[in-house]
Design a protein around this ligand. Structure first.
Ligand SMILES: *[C@@H]1O[C@H](CO)[C@@H](O)[C@H](O)[C@H]1NC(C)=O
Ligand SMILES: *[C@@H]1O[C@H](CO)[C@@H](O)[C@H](O)[C@H]1NC(C)=O
Ligand SMILES: *[C@@H]1O[C@H](CO)[C@@H](O)[C@H](O)[C@H]1NC(C)=O
Ligand SMILES: *[C@@H]1O[C@H](CO)[C@@H](O)[C@H](O)[C@H]1NC(C)=O
Length: 352
């Protein structure tokens, strides 16, 4: 009774806030009910409104109340990771006036698997090609069995996977409430250097050179050659850093998804993720998801070729080439990702 009362009071406070700030605009009220500002376990994941496959437990139930004993250790770990996100969001909301409500346009990165009641928010440079492949296997109803039989370019064709923004508001809310929502994260600067190396130092695909490289060189390189201005093929990490922290870049609109923060791509302070996987423990975490889903015996997450991975030592080298001021500014830009996902401030940074 007491709990119901406080729940009601919280809801009325939330409603007032919503109507005060967003009257007349497109509102997804349920996001507030989903929001971070409640301890995870108080919400009962088993109260599902008549949904779900008959007789079988869904992944969400298996996560919060494991029946397989070997899964309970992981359940504790993932509770700690969720708590870390909740705490960071609380600290951030206390220190920030920025409040916003999500619209369907914010849900473009949330890939939906209706058959297994899963939502995966994809973050580029964090094994997202392989995750998209796996999602295609899961949603393919037998069309595929091995993720690696799907060519990588096919995994990135938008129409091959359904994203949450394609549903009605009621359907979105239903899925957010009842599906297991997960994402995979990586040390923010390692991800950033990985994006830089992949898009600017490789020759094989010039589309990023043309789209971003030419602009970056025009803005930040003095005495650029005609060739550099035309092709944008040799952007230095220093110039890329300058571009990222330039207020003009922020004014141009959202960052490209390859270097946009997880905070902006997946909205973890608004959407309550049930599971945060980490790149450092990619295969363990990914196969844990597959076990929760109940397909662990037949489907393994593809293992990676580790040789070309961007490492911490490599990241340190790139950062040694930029100024202290740029280091500080980049840290500010990615700070929420560091905090929410418990990555410590890199030792190679020269902060203050
Ligand atoms: C955060 O990181 C520290 C140090 O690496 C570790 O001891 C702690 O368990 C982590 N906490 C969570 C919630 O992952
Ligand atoms: C280059 O990248 C763009 C965007 O990622 C993609 O559409 C295009 O197919 C790629 N081209 C090649 C040759 O890989
Ligand atoms: C650019 O070129 C001019 C003339 O060649 C030269 O005087 C100047 O020092 C150059 N500036 C830079 C930053 O290289
Ligand atoms: C750092 O800068 C030096 C001098 O400009 C350059 O030769 C080197 O390749 C750079 N290293 C990295 C990792 O960018």
């Amino acid at each position: 009774m007491k709990q119901t009362l406080s729940e009601l009071m919280r809801m009325s406070r939330i409603c007032r806030m919503v109507f005060a700030t967003c009257l007349g605009s497109f509102i997804l009220v349920i996001f507030y009910f989903q929001s971070m500002f409640q301890p995870v376990m108080r919400r009962n994941p088993f109260v599902v409104d008549g949904c779900c496959r008959k007789g079988s437990r869904n992944a969400l139930q298996e996560l919060y109340n494991p029946t397989q004993p070997e899964l309970s250790g992981a359940a504790v770990l993932h509770q700690a990771r969720r708590d870390q996100v909740v705490d960071s969001c609380r600290v951030y909301s206390a220190s920030s006036r920025k409040r916003r409500v999500l619209t369907p346009g914010d849900l473009k990165h949330l890939v939906v698997d209706e058959d297994h009641e899963l939502i995966y928010c994809y973050v580029p440079k964090v094994a997202c090609t392989n995750w998209k492949r796996v999602m295609m296997v899961l949603t393919g109803r037998g069309k595929y069995s091995d993720p690696m039989e799907i060519p990588s370019n096919e995994a990135h064709i938008p129409s091959n996977l359904k994203t949450l923004n394609q549903y009605s508001i009621a359907e979105i809310n239903h899925r957010l409430k009842n599906y297991l929502k997960f994402l995979f994260v990586r040390e923010p600067f390692e991800r950033l250097v990985s994006a830089y190396r992949n898009k600017f130092t490789l020759k094989y695909n010039s589309s990023f050179h043309k789209r971003f490289g030419t602009r970056i060189i025009r803005r930040y390189r003095k005495n650029a050659t005609q060739d550099a201005l035309l092709n944008g093929a040799d952007v230095k990490f220093k110039e890329f850093a300058e571009y990222l922290v330039d207020p003009a870049t922020q004014r141009d609109g959202p960052l490209n998804e390859h270097w946009q923060t997880v905070y902006q791509l997946c909205h973890p302070c608004h959407i309550h993720y049930d599971l945060v996987g980490k790149y450092d423990t990619l295969e363990d975490d990914a196969n844990y998801v597959l076990r929760l889903v109940g397909v662990g015996d037949s489907l393994r997450f593809p293992s990676y070729a580790k040789s070309t991975r961007t490492t911490d030592a490599m990241t340190a080298q790139f950062f040694s080439n930029i100024s202290t001021q740029q280091q500080v500014q980049l840290y500010q830009l990615y700070k929420m990702d560091f905090l929410m996902f418990n990555y410590s401030t890199p030792s190679y940074l020269r902060l203050d």
